[in-house]
Design a protein around this ligand. Structure first.
Ligand SMILES: [Zn+2]
Length: 267
C-alpha cells in the first residue's frame, strides 16, 4: 500500500501542478476529498473588535495570503454543482479542487474578497440570507447581481438566519428554506441549488425539507473534508478563523486523504 502511494505521488510529482488532471474515470470512488473553506467578514480589524467577533473576520491581507497559498499549491476552485456531479455521476474534478464559501453577505465581501477572487481567478459561493440583502453593511441586490455576473455563485442561507432546529411552525420553516430560495432566484433569474444551514444546525426533518425544496446539496459547519453522495445534504466544511498555518495543516490532511482514496480506487 505504501509503495503504491509512493508511486502515485512520484508519478504526479513529476507532472507538477498541471491543471485539471482528471481523476480515474473507470472506477469513480464514492468518496471524494474536497476542502470547503468557509469565510465570513473580510475586512481590517477595528480596535472595537473583541475576540469573539474577530473569530469571524479574516483580514484582506490574510485572505490574500491564503489565496496565494492555494494558487501556488495548484488548487482550483469549483462550485457545489461540480461536487454534486462528481458524487452522483463520477464527473471528473480538477486534481486539487477547493470550494470557497463566503457566508452571511456582509458588504465587506464585495469590497475586499471579490477583488482578491479576481486576482487569483477563483470562484466562490456566497451564501446569503435574503432578509439582510439591501440592509446597512450588507450586500445590495446590485452587488449580488454583480457577483453573479463576475462568475460567482450564489447560495441560499435562509431568510432570517434563524436556528432552524428551533422553529416549530412548519410554515415558517418552509419559508426559511423554500421562500428564501424563490426570492433569490427571482432576483438572479437563475436557479439556486446550494443551501447552507444557519449556524450549521439541522436535523433529519430539516434535511428532508431542504431536499424537497429542490436544492441539490446543503452545507453545515461540522469540520470535515471527505464527502460522499449520502452526505450531499450534510456537507462538512472548514471555518476559516485562524492563521494560514491552520489552513496549511487542514489542506495537508485533505491531500493525505485524497491520496488514500486514490490508492483505494486502484486496488
Ligand atoms: Zn451564517
Amino acid at each position: 500500500m505504501q509503495l503504491r502511494t509512493a508511486l502515485f505521488l512520484l508519478s504526479f510529482g513529476t507532472i507538477g501542478i498541471v491543471t485539471a488532471i482528471p481523476q480515474t474515470q473507470e472506477t469513480p470512488s464514492d468518496r471524494v476529498s474536497v476542502p470547503i473553506l468557509i469565510y465570513h467578514s473580510i475586512r481590517p480589524y477595528r480596535t472595537t473588535d473583541l475576540g469573539g467577533v474577530r473569530k469571524y473576520i479574516t483580514t484582506p491581507e490574510a485572505l490574500d495570503q491564503e489565496f496565494a497559498y492555494l494558487k501556488a499549491g495548484g488548487y482550483e476552485s469549483i462550485g457545489f454543482e461540480d461536487l454534486e456531479n462528481r458524487l452522483k455521476s463520477g464527473k471528473a474534478l480538477p486534481r486539487k479542487p477547493v470550494i470557497i464559501c463566503f457566508d452571511d453577505g456582509p458588504e465587506t465581501q464585495y469590497v475586499y474578497a471579490l477583488p482578491l477572487l479576481k486576482k487569483y481567478s477563483f470562484i466562490a459561493t456566497f451564501f446569503l440570507f435574503t432578509n439582510a440583502v439591501g440592509r446597512k453593511n450588507y450586500l445590495s441586490w446590485d452587488q449580488v447581481l454583480q457577483l453573479s455576473a463576475d462568475g460567482m455563485q450564489i447560495g441560499c442561507h435562509s431568510m432570517f438566519h434563524p436556528y432552524l432546529t428551533q422553529i416549530g411552525n412548519e410554515k415558517d420553516l418552509w419559508r426559511e428554506i423554500a421562500g428564501s430560495k424563490e426570492r433569490l432566484e427571482a432576483h438572479l433569474g437563475k436557479p439556486v441549488t446550494a443551501f447552507a444551514y444557519p449556524f450549521g444546525q439541522y436535523n433529519n426533518h430539516i434535511v428532508e425539507l431542504v431536499e424537497k425544496a429542490g436544492y441539490g446539496c446543503a452545507r453545515g459547519t461540522y469540520p470535515g473534508i471527505v464527502h460522499s453522495e449520502e452526505d450531499l445534504f450534510t456537507l462538512t466544511g472548514l471555518i476559516r478563523t485562524a492563521t494560514l498555518k491552520s489552513l496549511i495543516a487542514s489542506l495537508q490532511d485533505s491531500e493525505d486523504k485524497a491520496n488514500e482514496n486514490t490508492t483505494t480506487d486502484r486496488s
